[in-house]
Design a protein around this ligand. Sequence first.
Ligand code: 5CA
Length: 156
Amino acid sequence: MASTAVDRFLEHAQRLGVPVEVVEFPTETRTADDAAEAIGCDVAQIVKSLVFMADDRPVLALTSGRNRVDEAKLARALDAAVVRKADAAEVRAATGYAIGGTPPFGHATDLEVACDRDLTGFDQVWAAAGLPTTVFALSPDRLLEATGARVIDLAG
Ligand code: 5CA
């Protein structure tokens, strides 16, 4: 797995003291459905690490693979006037990773993080590890600790 993106993520995780075991698949895990199928878990256990622009400030919404973000709810929670999905370049600039491989922490910039309440009920959830073919598992508690996320109801 000669990948600077995964290596970069692992370095961040180590610095944060979060044990990460990267699992790489021969098929893409670019979307939540792809990832759930490859892993053999419930799609609701997939952490989508979605970047939004909240009044031009990038924020991260950790969203259950089963849910769509209600942008009005997210705006209210962030006290922002306007929230929209970041484009590919904005995701790259804010996180240092490409869409489909963006991990939930270990980013190029310090992002405010909101976490979908629906992710917190599982023993284990799965998130991207830097590339659209890589994932790792962690408990929701560790996810919240590593990201400093605020748990909110963000599903539409
Ligand atoms: N590896 C998987 C599961 S861990 C993953 O990263 N899923 S994800 O949901 O976090 O990333 C894919 C998401 O990126 C898609 O759900 C979609 O909402 C978003 N996306 C895809 N293409 C674009 C684009 N061109 N601009 C903005 N967002 C996009």
